[in-house]
Design a protein around this ligand. Structure first.
Ligand code: FES
Ligand SMILES: [Fe+2]
Length: 423
């Protein structure tokens, strides 16, 4: 008998065993990250032919590479001979990938190009290429892939909301394009990976976990997330398919709150943006700021930060982030975005460190909850906050106060769909 996920994910609670059980983890990697679409990287990271970056799709190490024809390929980072990992660095440029064990050489499309002493093989070379992602799709430079190749269309996965959230970010760039090539910082955390989609889209904890940030800096989170009016006007939104947003827009009290500056300080950016979208639209964007959203299963659009949630084991994950840069914006503006990212989520920042400690405490708390307890009163995690007041619109979008767990439930609804789907 397999795991009965319907018993473990209920409308108002989930069972703690889902956060540490190793059988669950194995099934998640297969169902969510092998069979389903996930974010791999951004095309701006591999601008030139031969540029590559190493990424993780679930537990599978992959190489995202721009081939000689300019196409983006996602290849397994595993030699087709005896399984040796091909790339050790995080990124590089190559005209081929050569294995260090017996020197098999693979092209940028994964095909086997050369083998030492080839007369030892009677198989055709075409059968001995690298495994490749079955489907790869790119939207405004954001590259998504699935290994299995039978995940349905990317349109189906992203839905209108997924596209709109990416659009909202990219539209703020003077050219309509973002650049994510400044490099990634990874925080390795002793927690289950699912605690990060939860906390990245959780408006309830901000005033408590991040209280020290509020106390020491003048942060806009006080206006949009920390209590009183803020949590009533900001919205927790579940768009369906596990795509979520903490929509701060109704709470901003002035333009550029999200950047903590006045328009005079970013005049060059404003005029560059106005040139493309018109002054009125540009002004609205200064108010609205970039989205604070999560795209299932692993991409966090964290305003001026982009983060990837990378599972390692049931009790370990890596939260990897980079700064958004707007193509066509002046250097001083992009520098500001970079410094803001460091201050918000870098190694010496408040946000990620506080969230990491919290995730580790949750992990410590749930460690004893066994799967078999699912039918008892033990080991449940409550996610009922705001259930009685959340609304659902004609297109099925659920929303509620920013402190409500509408977003958290949205993640688990999608999770349950995938984990209990018959195939
Ligand atoms: S394992 Fe890669 S060439 Fe033998
Ligand atoms: Fe947080």
């Amino acid at each position: 008998m397999g795991i009965d996920y319907r018993q473990l994910v209920r409308g108002d609670r989930v069972h703690a065993s889902l956060l540490h059980d190793s059988e669950v983890f194995v099934e998640e990697m297969e169902r969510i990250f092998v069979r389903g679409w996930a974010f791999v990287g951004h095309e701006s990271e591999i601008k030139g032919n031969g540029d590559w970056v190493k990424r993780q799709l679930g537990n599978e190490s992959v190489i995202m590479v721009r081939a000689d024809d300019g196409d983006v390929n996602v290849l397994s980072n595993r030699c087709a001979h005896r399984g040796t990992a091909l790339c050790w660095e995080h990124s590089g440029n190559a005209s081929f990938f050569q294995c260090t064990y017996h020197n098999w050489r693979f092209g940028l499309d994964g095909s086997l190009r050369a083998v030492p002493f080839p007369d030892g093989y009677s198989k055709p070379k075409a059968d001995l290429g690298l495994d490749r992602a079955g489907q790869v799709a790119s939207y405004r430079g954001f590259v998504f892939a699935n290994l299995d190749g039978r995940a349905g269309s990317i349109d189906e996965h992203l839905g209108d909301a997924g596209y709109e959230l990416i659009d909202r970010l990219c539209e703020m760039s003077p050219t309509g394009r973002v650049d994510l090539s400044k490099g990634w910082i990874g925080h390795r955390v002793q927690s289950n990976w699912k605690l990060w989609p939860e906390s990245d889209s959780d408006g309830y904890h901000v005033g408590f976990v991040h209280a020290s940030m509020s106390a020491s800096t003048d942060t806009y989170y006080d206006d949009v997330a920390v209590g009183g009016d803020a949590v009533k006007s900001s919205r927790a939104v579940d768009y369906g398919k596990g795509h979520l947003e903490l929509d701060w827009r109704p709470s901003y009290k002035q333009e550029l709150s999200w950047l903590g500056v006045t328009r005079e300080r970013v005049a060059d950016y404003f005029s560059a943006l106005s040139e493309r979208v018109g002054e009125n639209a540009a002004q609205q964007m200064l108010w609205d700021g970039p989205p604070h959203a999560f795209l299932f299963p692993n991409l966090f659009l964290g305003e001026t930060v982009i983060a990837i949630v990378e599972p390692v084991s049931p009790t370990e994950m890596i939260h990897r982030h980079t700064a958004v840069q707007f193509e066509g914006a002046d250097d001083a503006f992009n520098e500001r975005l970079l410094r803001q990212t460091e201050a918000a989520v870098g190694p010496a920042s408040f946000i990620t460190t506080d969230d990491a400690i919290t995730a580790e405490r949750v992990q410590a708390g749930v460690a004893g909850a066994a799967t078999s307890w699912a039918n008892s009163s033990r080991g449940w995690i409550d996610l009922s906050r705001g259930l009685h007041r959340e609304t659902i619109d004609a297109s099925g979008v659920r929303s509620s106060d920013a402190s409500d767990e509408t977003t958290n439930r949205g993640f688990w609804y999608r999770y349950l769909e995938i984990m209990s789907e018959e195939r």
